[in-house]
Design a binder for this molecule. Structure first.
Ligand code: SAJ
Length: 420
């Protein structure tokens, strides 16, 4: 059994390594020469708890080799990104080119699995026709399936193995071939369905979450207007046995939840007013945060010094993609504020137009306001007494309900939270 995993990012690299440490021969392929060269020398380009050890074990065992192009194998797993264009349409160029790269080595009896999040019908209408240029037919001469990754960044290694796995074949035999493949390491339930259902499942899960976060964000604005503490209101509402409101925050980021709902909107704009509106509500949250900071600083941001604490898209990860925190920092800057940003998980981060410093001390040394943008454990755990001595700021703006307001107030800070 030999598997070729195409795309060595947040999903492909853990997947390739997990197959390898399960004893399967794996070729990990990436088109980025820096990633290939780095991995060959044991350098990882992404941070995920436990991943370094896993990749090193996989490489050390001799079961994982890294290459810049696919080789003949029994199964091919495509795990490349599906970004979107400025107009929110899915960019399937990586899916197409990864699929094309398999063409020269595709053989009768092979299994090809697409894992990349994709609009409905991508497997049957885009991937299958490309592969059939080989002269082989999907579902007849080779197996083809869609199996979405559903792992949570920060817990990828555990969820990869423990989560239920959906496998949607273009025919029954393809689904079963997929089950045999993922059965190598998946301990969760393996559910078989067809390819388009599996594509929909993935998009529905992330859209469900996006819409639910949007309502929490809308509640935060309502609470703000009516003088209610949204955090208290949510915690009380959630004692109802059938209510489970999510947390408001500075917005929804990452490469999944803030992107995937658009794939449904693009595929059927006439049917998706709710989904599109939820996206807009969440995308509007950074502006709400900027307005809050402006209020906190007395109505004018011009020249005011704001320490933006946390830049990643969610707590305890280093991923800055589609991060609402970055968006807030940018908008503040555009509004004339003087932003100094600090991201503990990526102290060397560089973002055009943003002043990012490598330490908390530098970030807050000359601040007028401390703006908590991400609930990283190490930021939540900061002692107000210690921080108060490191900064002239006496204003705190907390967008994630991460800090105990009373403790800060006791030290002379004025505390502003979203939804309060
Ligand atoms: N967020 C809130 N309030 C909440 C929960 C999250 O504002 O109550 C924000 C986060 O701060 C972040 C964004 O939403 O900016 C998304 O974070 P997340 O932790 O909800 O999800 P992701 O994007 O890290 O991972 C999601 C997961 N999907 C679901 O939970 C349905 C994961 O299982 C998927 O594998 C992943 O998307 C993916 O790759 O699609």
């Amino acid at each position: 059994n030999k598997i070729c995993v195409i795309g060595l990012g947040y999903i492909g690299l853990p997947t390739a390594s997990t197959f390898a440490t399960s004893g399967v021969q794996v070729i990990g392929v990436d088109v980025n020469p820096q990633i290939v060269a780095g991995l060959k020398n044991g350098h990882l380009h992404i941070v995920e708890p436990g991943l370094r050890t896993l990749v090193q074990a996989a490489l050390g065992s001799g079961h994982l080799t890294i290459s810049d192009k696919p080789e003949e194998a029994d199964a091919f797993v495509i795990a490349v990104p599906t970004p979107f264009f400025d107009d929110k349409r899915a960019d399937l160029d990586f899916v197409r080119s990864a699929t094309e790269s398999i063409l020269p080595v595709l053989r009768r009896g092979n299994l090809v699995v697409l894992e990349s999040t994709s609009p409905p019908l991508t497997t049957t209408n885009i991937v299958a026709p490309i592969l059939e240029r080989s002269g082989l037919k999907a579902g007849v001469d080779f197996h083809l399936a869609y199996s979405p990754e559903r792992v949570l960044p920060g817990q990828i290694l555990r969820e990869l193995i423990e989560n239920a796995r959906v496998i949607g074949g273009v025919d029954r035999a393809s689904s079963e071939a997929g089950r045999d493949l993922y059965g190598i390491f998946v301990k969760g339930e393996i559910v078989l369905t067809d390819a388009t259902t599996a594509e929909m499942v993935k998009l529905m899960e992330n859209t469900y979450r996006d819409v639910n976060i949007a309502i929490a964000n809308e509640f935060s604005r309502l609470a703000d207007r009516f003088g209610v503490d949204v955090w208290e209101a949510i915690s009380i509402a959630n004692r109802h046995p059938r209510v489970r409101i999510l947390n408001p925050g500075p917005g929804v980021g990452g490469h999944c939840i803030s992107v995937d709902p658009w794939f449904l909107v693009e595929a059927a704009p006439d049917l998706t007013p709710l989904i599109a509106t939820a996206r807009k509500v969440n995308d509007g949250q950074p502006k709400y945060v900027v307005d809050l900071v402006r209020r906190a600083l007395g109505g004018n941001l011009e020249g005011r010094r704001v320490a933006a604490l946390g830049l990643s898209y969610k707590p305890d990860v280093d991923d800055l993609r589609e991060s609402p925190a970055v968006e807030v920092a940018r908008l503040l800057q555009d509004a004339g504020a003087n932003v100094t940003a600090y991201e503990p998980f990526k102290t060397d981060a560089q973002i055009e137009g943003l002043h990012i410093v490598p330490t908390l001390a530098e970030a807050i040394a000359e601040a007028d306001a401390l703006l908590l943008l991400v609930g990283h454990t190490q930021l939540r755990d900061l002692q107000p007494e210690t921080v108060a001595q490191m900064t002239p700021a006496r204003v705190v703006v907390d967008t994630v309900n991460g800090w105990p307001a009373a403790a800060w107030q006791g030290l002379g800070f004025r505390v502003f939270k979203i939804g309060v």
